[in-house]
Each structure stands twice: as structure tokens, then as C-alpha cells.
Design a protein around this ligand. Structure first.
Ligand code: G16
Length: 541
């Protein structure tokens, strides 16, 4: 065991989901070690406890796993459970923490951000409930990084990560497990695998694009293996350290190969993709894209068709910028609907307290109380179960849903990599204008409410402020502005746009055309061009 002298490195405050930086930043001397030591210092229960460890397999994953194993041994952790090859998808890590009643877990991922030597890396701590650590813990970790002077590490040899079994690092027990096995058992408990198998056997076809990321082994074992889908159903199924040079973000802007396949004349019946760490998902029908907000609403409305949710839902939750489509379902079902800030960590208390069963976000995240992370493969299996149970197509399910609840027309416009100071100035000016906005008419619509979203957690009473500017109109239209908390270069301004359309005859409209008036208002109100110099967003989803 060695004690290494170090100094604080600025900028280690975790963002929306852990610490995400360029690989080259993590490769700086002591950078990773400082943050990991801060975790051990902020969570004393890890001493003598069990830690789950794994990541999405991106570049630097293996290096980081070896460092963390040696630091865990030196910090008195009793046992580490690590996925073979250092691999665990984020939802699988959550399920393993829960199944083995671990003290917590360290997950290595920069999620949907590109990988490789010039790409991004990330690290976050999850608590014993399997979910991202609450703000008070991430803040404590950050505080430790600001005053760190030493870290502890063993000089044991590297461990061969590619063989399952029981091992030891400097006297600390290490269990290397199959990263898929426990997760696959959980999925079989929740979904009607016989019905889905029959759906494939009847000749229905699917394309699952794992985007050369960590979902590959999970999708291959479960969809092609247990569910009998033909080989080739999963494409880009081998995780690569640089995701094959692609941007592993499952949305229409980045999953272009899947969009093309689903638009072709012989398109499969169902398309799906997931991101770097397999917690996000996108689902598609033939020539039909489903928005994440609609997906959440459809899963909620049809949950009782799925064995794991047959008893119904305790409640649902969505992040504030997510459309109100699920609110309409909750109202009809007579269950509670919670509106939380962006960040999966805010769902944890609601799930733990049994207040909600399903939750989701506009950022291609959907999940339930089976784990404490959003779960891409789970969402895809949920949809497969619905297709099998109803015999309907994706488009039929969505259009029937709109006919019943109305359509919440929705889009997100991202202005990426803008100057950080310009972005802060824009938000400051916007916030300053809020008190004057209510009652004003913008683009012919009257502003009903304009505020900076704050959240009081109904379980632990914690209060979170500054969670995004909301401009809500009397007709229900909404414009939301936030700065992303997951980027690693400059700032990303997200503008979320939503309009409710109850008229079935109007449900087929093209999304951007339907939102055109609101888009103009949104850009003018925030003076996006004058603050950022940008006329158009870089990504529209
Ligand atoms: C993370 C969080 C999500 C959030 C998303 C986008 O997802 O867990 O709750 O919606 O980032 O956040 P932002 O708008 O701040 O960039 P992931 O998949 O990146 O871990």
C-alpha cells in the first residue's frame, strides 16, 4: 500500500451525471486518482463494504478499472464485484448493486458522448439503492476534491479482467462476473418472453443498433439468444473502445444507419438503438419515429399488458423539460405524476419510496423501479412485449394513443459548443426578464407562467433551484431553456418546445412545421443570435 501526495485539480464537480471530461484530461497525473479518493473519503461505508465496478468499455475503461481496484484495496474495501472485461452497462451495474446488496458502485462512462483517445470519459458513484448518488453526496465528493492532499493505492499487479471467478488484489476479494447474466434474469422476471419469442417466430423483424457500444452483448444474448430473433437482428453489436468513430447517441441525428434502415422499402417492423452505456433508447416503427416523451406515455398507458407491471402503476415521474404526454395518462389512470429536475438521480427517492413505478425523460431515457437508472434494453423489451401483446404496429399504437390522449407535439433544439460565458449571459438575461413576462403576449400567445424551475423533493425535503427557465403559455405551449450538464466542450443551450394538439385531424403534422411559431418566439425571447452568434441549432431531435 502506498500513500501518494497530490494536489487538488480544479473543476471536478460532478455534472448532471457524474464527472465527464475529455480522455486527455483524465490521463493527467493524479486526475482520476484524486476523484476516486474523494469518493472513498465521502462514503466511509465503502471501507469494509462491497463495491460494484464496471463501465461501458470505452477507451481508458480498462486502465481506470485497474487503478480503482488498487485504490479500493488500499482504502479497505472488502470486496469488489466487477464485470468481465471491466464491462457493465449502467442499468446492469444498478441491478448488480441491488441484487448483491452492495454498498455502492463506480460506473465508468461518458454515456452518449463520443469515445476514443480524443473522446470523452466519465466516472460516477451510485449508492446502495443502485441509483446515481444524491446531490448531497456528489457535492461532498466535490468538496473532498478541493482539499485533497494524498491518495492511497496498492502496488499489486494488474488483474486479468477477462476471466470470471474469484480473485484477490492485495488481500481484497474480487469477483469477476458475467456482465449480462444477472440482468437477463431480471428481464425474464418482468417481460413475457414466450409472447415475444412467438412474435419473432411469426416472422416479425427488428433491427437493434447497439452503436458499437455496451448494449451489444446484452442485446445479442437476450434478443438473438433468449428471444430467438434471427442472427443479424442486432447490428453494431460488438463494443468498441471508440464506438467505431461514431457518436453513440440514439436519436435521429446520430443513429443515421438505423433511420435509413427503418425508412427503406423493406424496413423491419421495429427499430431500436441505445447509447454508449445502454441506458438511453430510441424506438422506431417502420418509417415512424417515436419521441421519448410519447414512449414514456405509451408504456404508462399500456403497462398492465406486461407481466411485471400487471398490478398497475403506483405513479409516474418525468423530468421538467419532458412533454406532458405522460401527465395526461396519469390523470386518466388516477395516479400521481411528479415533475422533477433533469437528472436521473431525482427519480431515486420517488422510486425508493414506492411513489412511482415508471419514469422517463425527453433525453431518450425511460425506466422503472426494477433498477435505479434509466434502461435502454428494458425499454426495448417493454415495446417488444407491447407489440407482441397487441398485435399492432408501432405506428398504430402511437396514433391510437394520440387519438385517446391528444398529441403533445415536441422537439428539442440544441445549440452545442457555444462560448460558456455567452451561454451564462444568455441565461442571466433570460432569468432577469422573467418577472415581466407573465401576462405578456408573445407571437399571439399569452404567457401564463415564467419562472426558473425549483424542486422540493417530497421524500427528503431537499430543495433544488435553478433547474431551467420555463415559459408556459395559456394554451399549454411550453418553451424551456437549460444549459446541458453533460457536455465537455463549451456550453450547450437546450431549447425544448411543446404544443398540445387535441384535434385528431391535425395529428399527422410534421413536428417542426407545427412548432414553427413557437421556435421563432423561443429564439427571439432568449436573443439566441445576439448572445451566441448562432442562427440555427446544431442538433434537432
Ligand atoms: C444524463 C442524465 C439524464 C439527463 C441527460 C441529459 O443522461 O442522467 O437525467 O436527462 O444526462 O442531461 P443534460 O441535458 O444536462 O445534458 P446520460 O445518458 O448522459 O447519463
Amino acid at each position: 500500500m502506498k500513500v501518494v501526495n497530490t494536489q487538488p485539480v480544479a473543476g471536478q464537480r460532478p455534472g448532471t451525471s457524474g464527472l465527464r471530461k475529455r480522455v486527455t484530461v483524465f490521463q493527467q497525473p493524479h486526475y482520476l486518482e484524486n476523484f476516486v479518493q474523494a469518493i472513498f473519503d465521502a462514503v466511509p461505508a465503502l471501507k469494509g463494504g462491497t463495491l460494484v465496478l464496471g463501465g461501458d468499455g470505452r477507451f481508458y475503461n480498462r486502465v481506470a478499472v485497474q487503478i480503482i481496484l488498487k485504490m479500493a484495496a488500499a482504502n479497505g474495501v472488502a470486496q469488489v464485484i466487477v464485470g468481465r472485461g471491466g464491462i457493465l452497462s449502467t442499468p446492469a451495474a444498478s441491478s448488480v448493486i441491488r441484487k448483491y446488496a452492495a454498498t455502492g458502485g463506480i460506473i465508468l462512462s461518458a454515456s452518449h458522448n463520443p469515445g476514443g483517445p480524443d473522446g470523452d470519459f466519465g466516472i460516477k458513484y451510485n449508492s446502495d439503492n443502485g441509483g446515481p448518488a444524491a446531490e448531497k453526496i456528489t457535492e461532498a465528493i466535490y468538496q473532498h476534491t478541493t482539499r485533497i492532499s494524498q491518495y492511497q493505492i496498492s502496488d499489486a499487479a494488474d488483474l486479468d479482467l477477462d476471466v470470471c471467478g474469484s480473485f484477490s488484489v492485495a488481500g481484497m476479494a474480487v469477483e469477476i462476473i458475467d456482465p449480462v447474466a444477472d440482468y437477463a434474469v431480471l428481464m425474464q422476471d418482468l417481460f413475457d418472453f414466450d409472447a415475444i419469442r412467438a412474435w419473432f417466430a411469426a416472422g416479425n423483424r427488428m433491427q437493434f443498433d447497439a452503436m458499437s457500444a455496451v448494449a451489444g452483448p446484452y442485446a445479442v444474448d437476450i434478443i438473438e439468444g433468449l428471444l430467438g430473433a434471427p442472427r443479424g437482428t442486432v447490428v453494431n453489436g460488438v463494443p468498441l473502445e471508440d464506438f467505431g468513430g461514431y457518436h453513440p447517441d440514439p436519436n435521429p441525428a446520430h443513429a443515421t444507419e438505423l433511420i435509413a434502415a427503418m425508412s427503406a422499402a423493406n424496413a423491419p417492423d421495429f427499430g431500436a438503438a441505445s447509447d454508449g452505456d445502454a441506458d438511453r433508447n430510441m424506438v422506431l416503427g417502420r418509417r415512424f419515429v417515436v419521441t421519448p416523451s410519447d414512449s414514456l406515455a405509451v408504456l404508462a398507458a399500456n403497462a398492465t399488458l406486461v407481466p411485471g407491471y400487471r398490478k398497475g402503476l403506483a405513479g409516474v415521474a418525468r423530468s421538467m423539460p419532458t412533454s406532458a404526454a405522460v401527465d395526461a395518462v396519469a390523470k386518466e389512470l388516477g395516479i400521481a405524476c411528479y415533475e422533477t429536475p433533469t437528472g436521473w438521480k431525482f427519480f431515486g427517492n420517488l422510486l425508493d419510496a414506492g411513489k412511482v413505478t415508471l419514469c422517463g425523460e425527453e433525453s431518450y431515457g425511460t425506466g422503472s423501479d426494477h433498477v435505479r437508472e434509466k434502461d435502454g434494453v428494458w425499454a426495448v423489451l417493454f415495446w417488444l412485449n407491447l407489440l407482441a401483446a397487441t398485435g399492432q404496429s408501432v405506428e398504430e399504437i402511437i396514433t391510437a394513443h394520440w387519438a385517446r390522449f391528444g398529441r403533445h407535439i415536441y422537439s428539442r433544439h440544441d445549440f452545442e459548443n457555444i462560448d460558456s460565458e455567452a451561454a451564462e449571459n444568455l441565461m442571466t438575461a433570460l432569468r432577469a426578464s422573467l418577472p415581466e413576462l407573465a401576462g405578456q403576449s408573445l407571437g399571439g400567445q399569452v404567457v401564463q407562467l415564467a419562472d426558473d424551475f425549483a424542486y422540493d423533493d417530497p421524500v427528503d425535503g431537499s430543495h433544488s433551484v435553478g433547474q431551467g427557465v420555463r415559459v408556459i403559455f395559456a394554451g399549454g405551449e411550453r418553451i424551456i431553456y437549460r444549459l446541458s450538464g453533460t457536455g465537455t466542450a463549451g456550453a450547450t443551450l437546450r431549447v425544448y418546445l411543446e404544443k398540445y394538439q387535441p384535434d385528431v385531424a391535425q395529428h399527422g403534422v410534421e413536428t417542426q412545421a407545427a412548432l414553427a411559431d413557437l421556435i421563432v418566439v423561443a429564439r427571439e425571447l432568449a436573443q439566441i443570435k445576439s448572445f451566441t452568434g448562432r442562427l440555427q441549432p446544431t442538433v434537432v431531435t
